[in-house]
Ligand binder design. Structure first.
Ligand SMILES: *Cc1c(COP(=O)(O)O)cnc(C)c1O
Length: 346
């Protein structure tokens, strides 16, 4: 007899990462400027107790450090094994199986996956022609949870304040605002979101903070929302080692984070110039990556790989078509990327 998985899994494919092993890997938007020093230092003297005993449930030291960084009370912060985990737990906490999760298209590809895994129905709403979110169409879905991402992965574009206000004022369920790239953007909506009792903002240590391998993310919102997210998550999702390094980074690496985020923004604009000089029309980005429409992106990226530069290729994206997404690392990497792209297109 063959074992059948739950029906909800039939529509879900296992995540297939890009092939590894490229000299310059600009494909996943992580921090390419190095490791935050205080976080690295904190890992050098890990005690036996930190390994043999369970972590303290709901990581109070990390929540305290995060509370200071975000300027909110610890009761307003849920933690997770990456913000991926927080998104998954929020869907499970607030959306019944069979109910809808609305999201823009294109956006973070894990959102429809998490919706399906939780037995919910993902509803994709195309971005408008100006690449802002379509607030009216999102609201018209009457979804139990509306997911917004600003700056948006993979486009790098932001949600306008007007569209955000429209969604906040019209939503009847939970609004989840994913700000994984907030540190690279001109403004963020955390303070505005925290005025509402139905909005959860997710943040991560994986991008500007350079700790993707440790898997630490946050959900910020009203204490009543935070409690439900943590209930649906369970107690020991953050390891004591991740807690230790993330707490150190949030306390002692803020200058490092700001300096590298500033540099990422500067090289992003140089990259945009370089792409324009090749006759391309990159999308306006406020993240640490740039999306640039390129016909035949899959083949172009393969030819770039052969030259030792990995970028992420997308085909047939709604409103955009074929495109490359290029992470912003030190300028020497981006110079090599621009040269490889030019070569790959000729
Ligand atoms: C990278 C990313 C995340 C975060 O992931 P973690 O699970 O925190 O590593 C969340 N949302 C978006 C849009 C991302 O691009």
């Amino acid at each position: 007899m063959s074992v059948q998985p739950r029906r909800t899994l039939a529509q879900v494919k296992a995540y297939v990462p890009e092939r590894p092993g490229c000299a310059i890997d600009l494909s996943d938007n992580t921090n390419l400027f190095g490791v935050p020093p205080a976080a690295a230092e904190s890992l050098r003297d890990v005690t036996a107790a930190a390994i043999t005993r369970y972590p303290v449930a709901y990581v109070p030291a990390l929540r305290q450090a995060a509370a200071r960084y975000f300027g909110v009370e610890p009761e307003r912060i849920a933690t997770g094994c990456g913000s991926d985990d927080v998104i998954d737990c929020a869907i499970r906490a607030f959306v019944e199986p069979g109910e809808k999760v609305a999201h823009s298209d294109p956006t973070f590809s894990m959102v429809p996956v998490f919706a399906r895994l939780n037995g919910c129905e993902p509803v994709a709403v195309p971005l408008r022609d100006d690449l802002d979110v379509d607030a009216d169409a999102l609201l018209a879905t009457k979804a139990k949870l509306i997911y917004l991402c600003s700056p948006n992965n993979p486009t790098g574009t932001t949600v306008s304040r007007a569209s955000l206000e429209k969604v906040l004022n019209g939503a009847t369920g939970v609004v989840l605002l994913d700000e994984a790239y907030a540190e690279f953007a001109r403004e963020n909506f955390l303070a505005r979101a925290l005025e509402r009792d139905n909005v959860l903002v997710t943040r991560t240590m994986s991008k500007a903070f350079g700790l993707a391998g440790l898997r630490v993310g946050f959900g910020l919102g009203a204490p009543a929302l935070v409690v439900e997210v943590e209930k649906s998550r369970g107690p020991y999702k953050i390891t004591s080692i991740a807690e230790r390094a993330a707490t150190a980074a949030l306390t002692r690496d803020l200058d490092w984070v700001r300096t590298n985020a500033t540099e990422a923004r500067e090289v992003r604009e140089r990259l945009v110039d370089g792409l324009r000089r090749q006759g391309l029309a990159p999308l306006p980005s406020e993240a640490n990556f740039v999306m640039v429409p390129v016909p035949g992106a899959a083949e172009v990226s393969e030819r770039m790989r052969e030259q030792g530069v990995q970028v992420r290729a997308f085909t047939g994206l709604t409103k955009i078509g074929d495109a490359l997404r290029i992470g912003c690392g030190p300028w020497t990497m981006l110079e090599r990327c621009l040269a490889a792209l030019e070569e790959a297109r000729t």
